[in-house]
Ligand binder design. Structure first.
Ligand code: RIB
Length: 312
């Protein structure tokens, strides 16, 4: 089983010619709402490719007692995610305000709401102990993320931590604590450089050097996603590198591509694939997810992903 401990948002999305600069207003024809939140996106990505396989997906999260929250819960259920550890709180459901430009790039502001009410205790031991992989991100309270990760490690559950988004507060001690309880760290280029800087291993613009330093100094396998260049895994103790290529696509919307990668990677790990193969599937799924507007709409089902991989 894969357990995701993380955020649930409703995404309010405006397509713009170009993303507004500070102090500027740009017009968009309309706003659309999509299901989002890094945790929920990763849960849906994992559930779609797990469907028809042996792995189940459960999520612990927090929503508000409001129409957004109820719609998000129903969406997770319809995607086959076990939602028994999702708590309805007094806070409003998380909301993300997203501008997507003509090239598919985005700028996101998250109003966290209920996500900050999520607690380690919301994930019962009975559920955690059934997991083979726990997946975390950075949109819920850090102390609870760390506590859940430590519980998972004690229970022999593999911890995959997606360090996104980069938090405003960057303390070396907290980062060292996070890396000490992580088996697989998934970061993009920018996040890799940011962590390396926090832990005193500045790496300039070299994200592979950053990934190597993180892995060497703290032990986790570090997977750096690099958009159209695919993804790299760097493993301690010798810094051995594995590269998975990305298939070229013309993106419509890159929102949720990283989450698709993480969810499909978790499925591969839970199904016992070796890491290079799991990354290859995750890269292919992330590319497919960019072809449709919205974070979750383009995430492939298992059959579509397999067909795509066979054709390539
Ligand atoms: O990674 C994309 C997600 O980030 C969006 O769905 C949005 O909700 C924010 O959490």
């Amino acid at each position: 089983m894969i357990v995701i401990f993380g955020s649930i948002n409703m995404d309010l999305v405006a397509r713009v010619q170009r993303i507004a600069r500070p102090g500027e207003t740009v017009l968009s024809r309309r706003a659309d709402s999509f299901f989002g939140g890094k945790g929920a996106n990763q849960a849906v990505a994992a559930a779609r490719v797990s469907h028809g396989g042996s792995v189940r997906v459960a999520m612990a999260g927090a929503i508000g007692n409001d129409p957004f929250g109820m719609a998000c819960l129903k969406n997770l259920e319809e995607n086959g995610v076990d939602t028994r550890a999702i708590r309805v709180t007094d806070e409003p459901t998380g909301c993300a305000f997203i501008a997507v430009d003509e090239t598919g790039e985005n700028a996101i502001t998250v109003a966290s709401g209920a996500n900050m009410a999520l607690r380690s205790a919301d994930l019962p031991d009975s559920l955690l102990s059934r997991a083979s992989v726990l997946v975390l991100q950075m949109e819920v309270p850090m102390a609870d993320n760390l506590e859940v990760a430590a519980r998972a490690r004690r229970a022999g559950v593999k911890v995959a931590w997606n360090f996104a988004p980069v938090p405003a507060v960057k303390e070396r001690s907290t980062m060292a604590e996070l890396l000490a309880v992580t088996d697989i760290l998934v970061v993009n280029e920018h996040e890799a450089l940011s962590i390396a800087g926090i832990v005193g291993e500045p790496s300039g613009e070299d994200y592979l050097k950053a990934g190597s330093a993180i892995s060497r100094s703290f032990g986790p396998t570090c997977i750096v996603t690099a958009g159209s260049r695919g993804a790299y895994a760097i493993a301690a103790p010798d810094g051995a590198q594995i590269h998975a290529r990305a298939r070229p696509v013309t993106p419509v919307d890159t929102t949720g591509a990283g989450d698709t990668f993480v969810g499909v990677l978790a499925n591969g790990l839970a199904e016992g694939l070796e890491i290079g193969r799991a990354m290859e599937r995750a890269c292919a799924a992330a590319s497919l997810s960019c072809l449709t507007a919205g974070a979750q709409a383009g995430m492939p089902q298992r059959g579509a992903l397999e067909q795509h991989l066979d054709q390539a």
